[in-house]
Design a protein around this ligand. Structure first.
Ligand code: ZN
Ligand code: ZN
Ligand code: ZN
Length: 326
């Protein structure tokens, strides 16, 4: 079975060539709506193409990598399902708009209401009062915190970060529901990344930590690094273009200590409600950080939930070397 076309990988050029045709995408969508194999004539009917010869030509191009032909008819292979999922998620078609809107959720730092905005498959979060978590400009450059008030960059003042969300997540939801969905979706991605698995392609992530040596977050954000926290983790996929950085929590979200601590305090980060989300957000984003030594690197990160505290001592790969609850 080694000459089975289904076992052959398609180059990106070939894949785009095969998929760059409306009829073929229609065929994939028509197959995506069915659990059972679909016969040639039923499928042609669903796609609405009268010319049987032309239909056969297009179907033939998909058969192998994207579509499996069996005795009972045609069905999607996993690669075909992925294409249909991408189309239906809106990733390649829709661009819904959600302008910056204040919602009834507090900032993790100052308690003022936050605002959400959807842009390029991200739900961006902004505090309506404080400086937020990061400056939006380059580290070492002018930060938003000290940018001139009528500077265009000032629109990014209060930036708290973002959660990824496909366009389909915005449809039929109000801004608060968009925010909650984005949290759930982003949290799954965070868990994968934290465990060293690329959330886009599943390959291994390289991870490294860096510390701002001149950290001074007096006004909320540090003038030297543009961040609230001195410890930053960088994640880079060894296969695809995924590349993210964030504060220590990005490397600790998969820690059993942190998950158990949250659950014990009635905070379920996997299924947050409007009521629990503020406390979960505070635990994740408003932690205390103490750099014990830079060589070798050791830091203590303290999370709070209600009256309880969890202190994790971490090494240079942000692995937990000690955990203590109070
Ligand atoms: Zn704030
Ligand atoms: Zn700094
Ligand atoms: Zn990847």
């Amino acid at each position: 079975m080694t000459d089975d076309p289904a076992d052959r990988t398609l180059s990106p050029d070939e894949a785009f060539e095969v998929l760059g045709n409306e009829t073929r995408v229609d065929i994939l969508r028509a197959l995506g709506g069915s659990d059972d194999p679909v016969t040639f004539s039923r499928l042609r009917e669903r796609v609405g193409m009268t010319d049987s010869g032309r239909f056969n030509y297009h179907l033939d191009r998909l058969t192998g990598h994207f579509v499996r032909k069996g005795e009972d008819g045609y069905e999607l292979r996993r690669a075909g399902e992925r294409v249909v999922e991408a189309v239906l998620s809106g990733a390649v078609t829709d661009a819904p708009v959600l302008e910056r809107t204040e919602i009834d959720q507090p900032c993790h730092y100052c308690g003022a209401p936050i605002a959400v905005r959807f842009r390029e498959e991200r739900v961006e979060l902004y505090c309506t009062e404080c400086a937020g978590t990061y400056a939006h400009t380059d580290p070492g450059g002018e930060t938003c915190a000290d940018a001139d008030a009528d500077d265009a960059d000032d629109a990014d003042y209060g930036y708290l970060g973002y959660h990824p969300l496909p366009p389909a997540g915005v449809a039929d939801r109000d801004p608060e529901a968009v925010f909650r969905s984005a949290w759930v979706w982003g949290h799954l991605e965070l868990l994968a990344a934290s465990a060293g698995v690329c959330p886009r392609c599943s390959a291994t992530l390289d991870r490294s930590t860096r510390v701002c040596e001149d950290h001074d977050p007096d006004a909320g954000l540090c003038g030297a690094c543009g961040r609230r926290y001195a410890v930053a983790i960088d994640l880079e996929c060894t296969n695809c273009i995924y590349d993210e950085s964030g504060a220590a929590v990005v490397g600790l979200a998969d820690s059993a200590h942190l998950v158990a601590f949250l659950l014990d305090n009635g905070l379920n980060p996997f299924a947050p409600t409007a009521e629990t989300l503020p406390a979960i957000g505070r635990a994740y984003h408003n932690f205390d950080e103490e750099v014990v030594s830079t060589d070798p690197f050791e830091a203590r990160v303290t999370f709070a939930a209600g009256e309880d505290e969890l202190t994790l001592t971490v090494d240079s790969s942000l692995s937990v070397v000690d955990a203590e609850r109070r």
